[in-house]
Design a binder for this molecule. Structure first.
Ligand SMILES: [Zn+2]
Length: 430
């Protein structure tokens, strides 16, 4: 018997409602009939891409992964948590490697510079307009072999179009297909993000999102066709999942403005911050408040400011969690002091002065027509379809957690994830 293979494709921000359209396609109906469907998934808080994927690949909540924002901490810092060292839990890649397997990745977040991944193209971008993508990826751990054999032949899809779809996803799926054919990894992780991008730009449901669903279907078909042509389809478990939904927003709020108005952040005449007791980092439809003054006076002043603002209903957030409350109620822990949760139609931005509310800013995914980052139960939910020799045909499970995927895969493959918070979805297994 040929060895079993696991492919996990996380289509960013694909929601269960999208299946109504996807199931008009023959291959999707074939996959649904052959596989098990977990209709909705409860994701993690905040429901933002890097936290979600860190939790999906470990089976652990953010209190354990310590991955609680796309960005690293720091006022005005816009670096992302690209590298594996930001993630403090054992991953499926670690478990597969430990068991002697080979691992490949195309654009799964937070896996840059990961020694457990043999063939790695982590999600990362050129850091200046002049920097070639190959140079950027090499810095993030892509080997020369993978650059020569996988990246360069597919570079034409993405050159001049980094972070733009459908170009970027075309590159991602083409690399994934070529890795399958060339390396036959035991575990392949793939993260396309075009559906997410269209939702941020145009809103939750519209013709642009539908078109991206069409593209996504074509690309999934190419992966399945490659597996069939290789004679590997019957041995492959294919998991199509997603990380979070999105919700339409009507306005953007800038909580740092409240800090500056209250004298907890001091600006010079040019509007530059010269002193601060705290700052806010936006996480889309939630925000995290960091203290730079560790005194109890500063803590209480910031807490009172945001708690009263939340209670007033005037500032776009309905709750100010203390760090302790956030961990107790949502399994979120980090180096922040407070978390602000949206009222359901307000996203958060970085401004420190000027108007408190602004309109959309389509150059910032957090401030698009639709976004995410809010509590996991809100809005349309992510979904998971599992097809392959390990899964029941026609099983439907109404709701599980995104952290249940990793322990389920680990059980199938005999890999070890002893610290996972999630539990095995036995109902879908043969
Ligand atoms: Zn996402």
């Amino acid at each position: 018997m040929k060895p079993r293979r696991t492919i996990i494709i996380s289509n960013d921000a694909l929601v269960t409602e999208d299946y109504e359209y996807l199931l008009t396609k023959p291959l999707m109906r074939e996959l649904m009939a052959k596989g098990s469907w977990v209709k909705t998934l409860n994701t993690v808080y905040p429901s933002i891409t890097y936290c979600c994927h860190a939790s999906m690949v470990t089976g652990c909540y953010p209190e354990k992964t310590h991955l609680y924002n796309n960005e690293v901490d720091g006022f005005g810092c816009s670096d992302w948590t690209w590298e594996r060292h930001h993630l403090q839990a054992k991953t499926l890649a670690d478990a597969a490697k430990e068991a002697g397997g080979t691992v490949a990745n195309v654009f799964w977040p937070v896996l840059g510079q990961d020694p457990s991944i043999d063939y790695n193209i982590p999600e990362y971008w050129s850091q200046s307009p002049e920097e070639p993508l190959t140079v950027a990826l090499a810095r993030m751990g892509t080997s020369q072999q993978v650059i020569d054999e996988i990246v360069k032949p597919n570079l034409y899809y993405i050159e001049g179009h980094q972070r733009q779809h459908p170009f970027c996803d075309e590159f991602v799926f083409a690399c994934a297909r070529d890795m399958l054919v060339k390396y036959k990894p035991d575990l392949l992780l793939v993260h396309p993000a075009g559906i997410d991008g269209m939702r941020h730009r145009y809103g939750l449901f519209n013709e642009y999102v539908t078109e991206q669903l069409d593209y996504t279907y074509y690309w999934i078909e190419k992966i399945v066709r490659a597996l069939k042509e290789m004679g590997e389809w019957e041995q492959t478990d294919l998991i199509l999942t997603s990380d979070h939904g999105q919700m339409n927003m009507i306005r953007c709020a800038h909580p740092n403005v409240l800090l500056s108005r209250a004298g907890l952040m001091t600006l010079d005449e040019a509007g530059k911050v010269v002193d601060k007791k705290a700052y806010v980092k936006a996480v889309g439809a939630s925000a995290q408040v960091f203290l730079t003054d560790p005194s109890p006076e500063a803590y209480n002043a910031v807490k009172d400011l945001f708690t009263e603002a939340a209670a007033s209903g005037l500032y776009g957030f309905e709750r100010c969690y203390t760090a302790e409350e956030a961990q107790r109620e949502t399994h979120l822990a980090g180096d922040f002091a407070f978390v602000l949760e949206t009222d359901g139609y307000t996203s958060f931005g970085p401004r420190v002065t000027g108007d408190y509310y602004t309109s959309y800013d389509l150059t910032d995914y957090r401030l698009g027509r639709a976004t995410h980052g809010y509590l996991p139960h809100r809005g349309p939910q992510p979904s998971m379809l599992c097809v392959g020799p390990s899964f029941r045909a026609g099983a439907v499970v109404e709701r599980r957690n995104t952290v249940d995927m990793a322990p389920t895969v680990a059980k199938i493959r005999g890999w070890s994830l002893p610290d996972a918070d999630g539990t095995v979805i036995d109902e879908i297994l043969l």
